[in-house]
Structure formats: C-alpha cells, structure tokens
Design a protein. Structure first.
Length: 156
C-alpha cells in the first residue's frame, strides 16, 4: 500500500478550497475582490445644505415680514392676530424642522466625506454652512422684522 493513496473515509481538499487563503496568511497574500465604486458624498451634501438654508430662510423671512403689520392691525401679540395667520405662522415655523433635518443630513454626509478621504474643501464648507444656517435664519427673521416695523412706525 502506498502512502499517497486516497483513503475513502477522509475527504480530500478540492482545488477551490486549496486556493482559499487561511487566517495565518498575510492580508497581502489574500486575493481581493474589486472594491465597489464609491460615489462622492460631497455633491448630495451640498444640495441638502443649500436646500436646508433656502428652506430655513423662506419661512423666517415670511414670518419676519408679515408679523409686524399683522400685530399692528390686530394687537400686540401673535395670539391677537387672525386664526388663519396664526396657522400659517405655525406651519412656517413647523417647516423649520424639515429644513433643519435636511441640514443635519448634509452635516452627516459632509463628515462621512471627510472620513472617507474626499477632498477637504467641499465637506468643510458644507459643515460651516450647516452650522451657520440657524444663525442665518434667525438673522433674516430679525432683520426683516425690524425693517418692516421701522417702515410701519415711520408711516404712522
């Protein structure tokens, strides 16, 4: 009997199993599959950041421009204004949650783009824009409200 004879009860390694690397082999020796192409995250992050900014500015400007004339006609507080106007202000202010969520997703995408090693200039600009969006919205509200109130007081 020869020493290289195959025993019927012992399974012999197949060619595919012999080609598989073992855990003790270095990673460089292991065959690698082609990595899937990764899409850059900067473009959708820019889009979401700009949508978040414009979406924040629209309702804050609406409220800032319309609140002074409404309160001048109806009373000193928002509760003195007509119900339809109160509802429109509530919807406009509630939409800020949606625009804030868009900015938050843009912030997450920008951070992920930085972690993935994409060019730094775009993601850093997105991070700055999304962080400044609430302050820009508040500034737009305050400035538009002050301009409208000054025009109303000048016309009286």
């Amino acid at each position: 009997m020869s020493t290289t004879a195959k025993h019927p009860n012992v399974s012999q390694p197949t060619a595919a199993a012999a080609a598989q690397p073992t855990a003790s082999e270095p990673a460089a020796a292991r065959p690698t599959a082609a990595a899937p192409a990764r899409r850059p995250l900067t473009r959708p992050a820019w889009i979401l950041a700009l949508v978040g900014l414009l979406g924040t500015l629209a309702p804050t400007l609406y409220i800032g421009i319309t609140i002074a004339p409404q309160e001048a006609a109806a009373g000193r507080t928002l509760l003195d204004t007509p119900d339809a106007y109160q509802l429109s202000v509530l919807i406009a202010a509630g939409s800020l949650l949606l625009w804030g969520l868009a900015s938050l997703v843009a912030l997450g995408l920008a951070i992920a783009a930085l972690v993935r090693g994409e060019r730094r200039r775009g993601p850093i600009g997105i991070i700055l824009l999304t962080v400044c969006t609430p302050a820009l919205g508040f500034a737009a509200f305050l400035i538009s409200m002050l301009i409208t109130a000054a025009q109303l007081s000048a016309s009286l």
